[in-house]
Design a binder for this molecule. Structure first.
Ligand code: ATP
Ligand code: FE
Length: 340
């Protein structure tokens, strides 16, 4: 099966070509326009997707050395995400599938962040069922029990901000450009994580909360800057290390609790924040000390990409779930709020 996958849920326009579970090409156009606004501007994102989609798909086909007539199916992100962004990928995928008369497969973006672990990659093992997945991204923070490819249940999630937002908003307070998560990660490597003790929120069960941390950091900065206007510049590495240490602590507390509750010791992470070195290190430590088996995605499959959409498309195609979807069901809609 040669499959084209398209992802356009937020601010990355992405296309990939897969041959079964192997990735032949994985192209991402990141929209830099949002940097100057300190966050994603939905209207601009949608417009940029319109400009990028044809060149990105063309590049993916060319890199894979595949002609569009050789495609067996097209997969696309139907949600969750920004509606105006999703519509660009959805309309494009529908038209192309209709034109080529091949199956069209809708994919849930959050399932894709989890199932990215099933891409065939040298040096990466695939999880076996059941496993726990912690999806940590720009819009979500969830603990998901995964019983099979398409049997998943969310057993914990954030009650306010997502963990990626916690990183990005903290970075913004430090004057770092958007998205600040990777920059906090970079600075954290040079700092002492115990310098500034921030407190972790107390949230029931397996749920998360990150909005209090952001406020706590804001007041802390304001107070420090009053005493020393150069506080941030002088302490950036230690501040970032302390923020990262606190966030990783919150994530680890909950995943440990989930392992205890479910008895499942296989833990996978997915989503943009799974690129973070702090969480990767903490999971590897847990693997050593607590006998877990952990799965860390390859860096190119952490933040938004189309390869992860492609693997879900392939799995649905293989399990013949597409038949239920009809060949080209033009009624398939983009949905900004789509549950796993
Ligand atoms: P969702 O998947 O929930 O719809 P999204 O698609 O916008 O949200 P992703 O692309 O999966 O989110 O992840 C982007 C987030 O990951 C951003 O908040 C970014 O700051 C964060 N991020 C990326 N790399 C790192 C890193 N190394 N450390 C911390 N955060 C990171
Ligand atoms: Fe995402």
């Amino acid at each position: 099966c040669y499959l084209l996958a398209i992802e356009s849920s937020c601010d990355d326009t992405a296309a990939a070509i897969l041959h079964n579970d192997k990735v032949l090409s994985n192209v991402v156009a990141t929209q830099e326009i949002h940097e100057q606004y300190g966050g994603v501007v939905p209207e601009l994102a949608s417009r940029a997707h319109q400009q990028n989609i044809v060149p990105v798909v063309t590049a993916a086909l060319r890199k894979a050395n595949i002609d569009k007539k050789e495609l067996s199916a097209i997969a696309f992100t139907s949600g969750p995400g920004l509606l105006g962004s999703l519509l660009v990928g959805t309309s494009f995928a529908k038209s192309l599938a209709l034109g080529l008369n091949i199956p069209l497969i809708d994919v849930n973006h959050m399932q894709a962040h989890i199932l990215a672990h099933f891409i065939d990659e040298d040096g990466y093992e695939k999880p076996s069922f059941p496993f726990l997945a912690m999806t940590i991204s720009g819009g979500h923070t969830q603990i998901v029990r995964v019983d099979s490819y398409f049997q998943m249940s969310v057993i914990g999630e954030t009650i306010d901000d997502a963990v990626g937002e916690a990183f990005d908003k903290s970075a913004k307070l430090l004057g770092l450009p958007y998205p600040g998560g990777p920059l906090i990660d970079k600075w954290a490597a040079k700092g002492n994580p115990k310098t500034f003790p921030f407190t972790r929120p107390k949230v029931e069960g397996l749920n998360f909360s990150f909005s209090g941390l952001k406020t706590q950091i804001m007041y802390f900065m304001q107070k420090q800057i009053q005493q020393n206007p150069n506080f941030i510049e002088e302490n950036i590495a230690d501040i970032c290390a302390s923020i990262q240490y606190t966030i990783v602590g919150i994530l680890m507390d909950k995943i440990k609790k989930a392992v205890k509750q479910t008895g499942i010791t296989q833990v996978a992470i997915g989503g943009g924040v799974s690129a973070n070195k702090g969480i990767r290190h903490a999971l590897k430590e847990a693997e050593k000390n607590m006998g877990w088996k952990t799965y860390l995605p390859k860096f190119e499959y952490t933040t938004d990409n189309a390869a992860m959409i492609g693997i879900v498309g392939y799995l649905k195609y293989r399990e013949e779930l597409v038949e239920k979807n009809n060949y080209v069901d033009t009624g398939v809609q983009a949905q900004s709020r789509l549950k796993i």
